[in-house]
Design a binder for this molecule. Structure first.
Ligand code: OFO
Length: 173
């Protein structure tokens, strides 16, 4: 049985994952509007992944007999000055998610709640991958540059990442 504090924090995390999904879907829409189809596809996939992160948490709460609560939540930003700014915002957002997961791990460890501590290990590893992914995209943007045809090549690189992701998901199913 989970403590009320753990339930509240897991519910906050559920809502943060839904917000992440909304954020990436909105960013995908912005990219599609700017004819950046590779980035749009990649971010749309990522929005779907965030909902799977949310569902893991939802299922965990339900398995323990706790009540999962979906909040009303703030709308994501709709406009960005540049592709670089948009990916910087994503990287910053993922660092925020990591800090929330770390807080949850700390709480589970302190209580102690070993089942939740073990459940959260998947998120610890996932956040490492998420930060690495978006940091590497920002590094690529810096390397290629956004002048002239740079933006076209960046979009193509990110389209390849989306295609690889689709292949990985198909292979897993
Ligand atoms: Fe992008 O990360 Fe969820 O947890």
């Amino acid at each position: 049985m989970l403590s009320q504090q753990i339930i509240d924090c897991l519910n906050q995390q559920i809502n943060l994952e839904i917000y992440s999904s909304h954020l990436y879907l909105q960013m995908s829409s912005w990219c599609a509007y700017k004819s950046l189809e590779g980035c749009a596809t990649f971010l749309s996939q990522h929005a779907d992944e965030e909902m799977t992160h949310m569902r893991r948490l939802l299922n965990y709460l339900q398995e323990t007999g706790a009540f999962a609560v979906i909040d009303g939540m703030q709308a994501p930003p709709t406009d960005f000055n540049s592709l670089t700014e948009m990916f910087e915002k994503i990287y910053g957002h993922e660092k925020l998610v990591t800090s929330k997961i770390n807080n949850l791990v700390h709480l589970a460890n302190t209580e102690p709640d070993y089942a939740t501590l073990q459940f959260l290990q998947w998120y610890v590893a996932e956040q490492h991958q998420e930060e690495f992914l978006f940091k590497s995209i920002l590094d690529k943007i810096k390397l290629i540059g956004t002048e002239g045809q740079g933006i076209f090549f960046i979009d193509r690189e990110i389209a390849n990442m989306a295609a690889n992701r689709t292949q990985e998901t198909t292979a897993m199913n």
